[in-house]
Design a protein around this ligand. Structure first.
Ligand SMILES: Nc1nc2c(ncn2[C@@H]2O[C@H](COP(=O)(O)OP(=O)(O)OP(=O)(O)O)[C@@H](O)[C@H]2O)c(=O)[nH]1
Length: 599
């Protein structure tokens, strides 16, 4: 039976008549007679000691939740770094000089937070939207909302919907008359209207010694420490690592011979989402898919206080971990391998059975990545490594439903290049847009550009993402969802371009007509089999097939009237109209004649 620690202490101290109840190490209920008093005091002391130990054991048995990623997003110079520094100081009393890369802090007995400053470029924003558990939207109150805020919010909608909080900065730049209160109210209202109805908004009204005011940071920090984090579906279904330390381990001799050779790299970070099984391929954002050459679990560099106590490390030493900002102990040393609270099963066997557990601090080695990755490494641009399923390892065609974003002024044209972000991946591709139309059978009508206000279908080639995955096209020009995937384009769907082909009727039969001068070859006719056809007066039909030469030469003569027409007054006028245009000129070109079947 599982109990929480608070209910344990109240229950274990409760006396019922002559019986005392308490829980043993396995959380099993034990009841003993309080009147068999020989060892009563001893038992009471034991119960207190047991209680402490059980609570410790209970805390240890609980999985250490992985640090939540708190992403600080906002336009340039809005105060993102200063907010992270102020919050880090609130939680740890450490002063950070730089904000570079993920910064992990212990924010409470059971919670750690990892602060990340969102890069201001498109690729950084795309990746950040996929790993954020909470987003602090920094808004410069002296300026108002900027495009990036809305753009990033749209990305969050596509890739999951984490918690969001609005933070108004630069309030001291507004005149402290009536307009300050009015500005706060207006921006808060706008944030809730445009971003998220129930969102909290915090105000950072001034600076004190280069930091935000303590009391305001305390309010925000305290709120984040206790808020509920909702698991996001894509993240929980995939293993992923937000890299907080990176090393190039290519042998110097190899680099000396060819400084543009592929590199071997080692990345460190907490495993998030689902368990990581051996053999899983990873996608390194911006670099591509790679098999994992080596994977190891290491000692947690920023343990929760309870776990640190068991490992004999003082809390103070473990409250902070920010290797890219130059803080935190180097526990990712090769020898410092993690030992599980399951000592009798060795690490290899465990990982073979269940994979590496989410929350584990991992060391991942990947070989032969392009040298540009190490050359352009930027600590302000955290690396996202996502585990991919077998299905996602393939490249093929995807059919998606898509709608042009209202703030993208131009229509998206078929075959124009777009940057797509779907699943862990972002890539450039060309899309063909199409619409479903009844007269096209199972096929689709190709359209030259996306419709003005409606959604449409998009077919594009790229690394496959599972159906129902949200995606966005950049700079946010459209958002949509993947419908279907395959490696062969024709299986996704048949797309037909709508063309205006004009011909003239050669002969009409009962329900059939021969049309001439519409196409130039039999092959062209084959492409259009089944396509809709219509006369100027509105008689509708479908293209059936190319006419046999013999049939064309055996055409009836002018003046023949089909009996069906006489019986059908509604159609009579149309058919007569249609027959007026029939030309019995000698046929010059037999190919290109069509048999058109009426509905
Ligand atoms: N007066 C005033 N200045 C602020 C406030 N917040 C930030 N600043 C100043 O704005 C400047 C930029 O602050 P940062 O924290 O570096 O802003 P940032 O968003 O991290 O900037 P980038 O990383 O370059 O995008 C600093 O000089 C801060 O002192 C504020 O609320 N009031």
């Amino acid at each position: 039976m599982g109990i929480d620690s608070s209910s344990f202490s109240s229950i274990s101290n409760r006396y019922e008549g002559r019986f005392v109840r308490h829980w043993d190490y396995n959380n099993s209920l034990i009841i003993y007679d309080r009147k068999s008093d020989d060892n009563r005091n001893a038992q009471s002391q034991a119960a207190t000691t047991d209680q402490k130990e059980v609570q410790l054991q209970h805390d240890l048995d609980e999985e250490e939740p992985v640090p939540y990623v708190v992403l600080v997003q906002g336009p340039p110079k809005v105060g993102k770094s200063m907010l992270i520094k102020s919050l880090a100081k609130f939680f740890t009393m450490h002063h950070l000089d730089n904000v570079r890369g993920p910064i992990t802090v212990v924010s409470g007995k059971h919670r750690r937070l990892q602060f990340v400053e969102c890069p201001n470029d498109v690729n950084g924003m795309i990746d950040a939207a996929k790993y954020a558990d909470l987003v602090l939207f920094c808004i410069d109150a002296s300026y108002g909302f900027e495009m990036e805020t809305f753009e990033f919010f749209n990305l969050l909608q596509v890739h999951g919907f984490p918690n969001v909080i609005g933070v108004l900065t630069n309030l001291d730049k507004i005149k402290p008359d009536g307009s300050l209160k009015e500005t706060k109210q207006r921006l808060s209202r706008q944030f809730r209207n445009e971003i998220y109805g129930g969102a909290e908004v915090f105000y950072l009204s001034n600076l004190d010694k280069g930091m935000y005011m303590d009391d305001e940071i305390h309010k925000l920090g305290a709120f984040i420490s206790v808020m509920k984090f909702n698991p996001l579906s894509w993240q929980t279904a995939h293993p992923y690592v937000l890299v907080d330390h990176f090393e190039d381990v290519t042998s110097p001799e190899r680099v000396h011979i060819d400084n543009k050779c592929d590199r071997n790299i080692v990345m460190y970070g907490y495993l998030r989402g689902s368990n990581f099984r051996r053999g899983t391929q990873v996608h390194i954002a911006g670099a591509g898919d790679f098999p994992v050459y080596g994977i190891k679990s290491l000692a947690d560099p920023c343990s929760l206080p309870i776990a640190a106590k068991i490992k004999g490390v003082s809390d103070k030493e473990r409250l902070f971990y920010a290797p890219m900002s130059g803080l935190g102990d180097l526990l990712y040393d090769k020898d410092a391998e993690y030992l599980d609270e399951l000592n009798d099963i060795d690490e290899v066997t465990q990982s073979e059975i269940a994979g590496f557990r989410a929350g584990t601090y991992l060391k991942l080695e990947v070989r032969d990545v392009p040298f540009e990755m190490t050359k352009n490494i930027d600590p302000n641009h955290p690396i996202l490594v996502g585990g991919i399923s077998l299905e996602e390892e393939n490249i093929g065609y995807m059919k998606a439903r898509l709608k042009r974003h209202s703030w993208h002024r131009k229509l998206l044209k078929t075959r124009d290049p777009i940057i797509v972000s779907a699943g862990w991946k972002r890539y450039q591709t060309r899309s063909t847009y199409a619409q479903e139309q009844e007269d096209c059978g199972n096929g689709l009508h190709r359209i030259d550009s996306t419709p003005e206000h409606a959604d449409c279908l998009a077919m594009f080639w790229g690394p496959l993402a599972p159906p129902d995955t949200g995606f966005a096209a950049f700079r946010i020009s459209a958002i949509g969802v993947i419908l279907d995937v395959t490696q062969a384009a024709e299986i996704v769907t048949k797309i037909m371009k709508k063309r205006k082909q004009i011909g003239s009727p050669l002969k009409t039969f009962k329900k059939t007509a021969l049309i001439k001068d519409m196409f130039t070859s039999d092959l062209e006719i084959d492409w259009f089999e089944g396509a809709a056809i219509q006369t100027v007066r509105g008689v509708r039909g479908n293209i059936k097939k190319a006419a046999r030469k013999k049939l064309v030469s055996e055409l009836p003569r002018k003046g023949d009237v089909c009996s069906k027409t006489k019986d059908d007054p509604a159609r009579r006028q149309q058919t007569v109209e249609q027959r007026r245009g029939v030309v019995f000129a000698e046929k010059k070109k037999t190919t290109g004649n069509r048999i058109c079947k009426e509905d």
